[in-house]
Design a binder for this molecule. Structure first.
Ligand code: FAD
Ligand code: DHB
Length: 387
């Protein structure tokens, strides 16, 4: 079998690339190691930048997002028992849209199924061959071995995927920071007691009050990196969340069962470059941001958009400049999002230890809350830098 582009990984990055390529008349085969239900069961990001919404619109998958997404004009920072609103729209002219990654993925899956473009779920042992010359991908599915020749491979298979691991070690440089904590997240069905997202820096650690709809909330608390979900009861979660987010909300939290509870470690990671011959990395396969800036999914979408433009240029106009410039174009945006995510993480979480650092952190939050220009800088980054 032969196709133009083999896409490894059917998370949001792989699915979106497939959809954009399909609309440009470029064939792709999408290989995913998990089942579709498993992919949809992962609860992850919730905030879309305007640029992300525009790309989803361009891909023809924004109808439900337009109808059900919640447009937010501001975001709140909680500090020492008070909440301060950052008026995103007033400061930048832009909004963010609250619409879960699960829903983006579902819309993309449905769009791909409707196009009839081939997708193989539960593809085992996906292996990349000859990425520097005539690329091929082999995999096993339902007990049979398959081999596909292609012009290009898109590595959209996330942080633990096979693509990044397939490049010779001496051709890739990685940069990494691990943080000494994770986020314990709970999804639950009740009407949000907050109008906009609240990022709270309390003495007990960070908490985030988010939402998925008018009837569903998503909340997180900073937890020790060694914690596991079974160390927490739902009651303990809500009690701790309430202490960090503020007494007015704590007093009104309803007791409803969690739909999902999970822990995500926090990490910053970048691989350079993003191109290795005929292999292009995109999304979490190439970089990870700590979630505090809500950038992970948005960055995956901008990589994919640049890769789509580069591949369209190659197949339609026979130009290689987009492919040649892909890595540098992505990395410029990636490092800015890394910087913002790292600075938001540093600003809002409790770090064990250094008392001088604690004072610096407090001074930085107080400066942010007093300074219109510091707030404008936060807003500019939070709503998303231009694509
Ligand atoms: P992924 O969504 O990881 O998709 C990659 C796909 O490739 C997966 O479906 C995987 O099964 C598949 N795959 C892996 N290996 C192979 C293989 N060998 N062969 C075939 N397929 C393979 N961002 C935020 O902004 N806010 C959040 O709250 C947030 N929470 C997160 C929680 C967790 C636990 C994680 C891991 C990430 C979170 N993120 C969050 C980040 C955001 O979800 C990601 O940036 C986004 O999912 C990136 O999309 P992607 O398609 O690049 O990667
Ligand atoms: C959500 C996750 C984030 O990392 C964030 O910064 C904002 C919202 C969420 O899951 O809703």
């Amino acid at each position: 079998m032969k196709t133009q582009v083999v896409i490894v990984g059917a998370g949001p990055a792989g699915l979106l690339l497939g959809q954009l390529l399909h609309r440009a008349g470029i064939d792709s085969l999408l290989l995913e190691q998990r089942s579709g239900d498993y992919v949809l069961g992962r609860i992850r990001a919730g905030v879309l930048e305007q640029g992300t919404v525009d790309v989803l619109e361009h891909a023809g998958v924004a109808a439900r997002l337009r109808a059900e997404g919640l447009a937010h004009d501001g975001v709140e920072i909680g500090f020492r028992g008070f909440r301060h609103r950052i008026p995103l729209k007033e400061l930048t002219g832009k909004q963010v849209t609250v619409y879960g990654q699960t829903e983006v993925t579902r819309d993309l899956m449905e769009a791909r199924a409707a196009t009839g473009a081939p997708t193989v779920y539960e593809a085992e042992n996906v292996t990349l061959h000859d990425i520097g010359g005539s690329p091929r991908v082999t995999y096993r599915h339902r007990g049979e071995n398959h081999e596909v020749a292609c012009d290009f491979i898109a590595g959209c298979d996330g942080f633990h995927g096979v693509s990044r691991r397939s490049v010779p070690a001496d051709t890739i440089t990685t940069f990494e920071r691990q943080y000494p904590f994770g986020w314990l997240g709970v999804l639950a069905d009740f009407a949000p007691l907050w109008d906009e997202l609240i990022y709270a820096a309390s003495d007990r650690g960070f908490a985030l009050a988010s939402m998925r709809s008018q009837t569903r909330v998503r909340c997180y608390i900073q937890c020790p990196i060694e914690d596991t979900v079974d160390r927490w009861t739902e009651e303990e979660f809500w009690a701790e969340f309430g202490r960090r987010i503020g007494p007015d909300i704590a007093a009104r939290l309803p007791r409803v069962p969690a739909l999902e509870m999970s822990i995500a470690p926090l990490r910053s990671f970048v691989a350079e470059p993003l191109r290795f011959g005929k292999l292009f990395l995109a999304g979490d396969a190439a970089h990870i941001v700590p979630p505090t800036g809500a950038k992970g999914l948005n960055l995956a979408v901008s990589d994919v958009f640049y890769l789509y433009e580069a591949l369209r240029g190659f197949f339609r106009e026979k130009t290689t400049s987009g492919l040649d410039g892909y890595s540098a174009r992505c990395l410029r945006r990636i490092w800015r999002a890394e910087r913002f995510s790292w600075s938001m993480t540093r600003l809002l979480h409790s770090f064990p230890g250094d008392r001088f650092d604690e004072r610096m952190q407090r001074a930085e939050i107080e400066y942010l809350l007093d300074s219109p220009s510091a707030q404008a800088a936060l807003a500019e980054n939070y709503v998303g830098l231009p694509l």
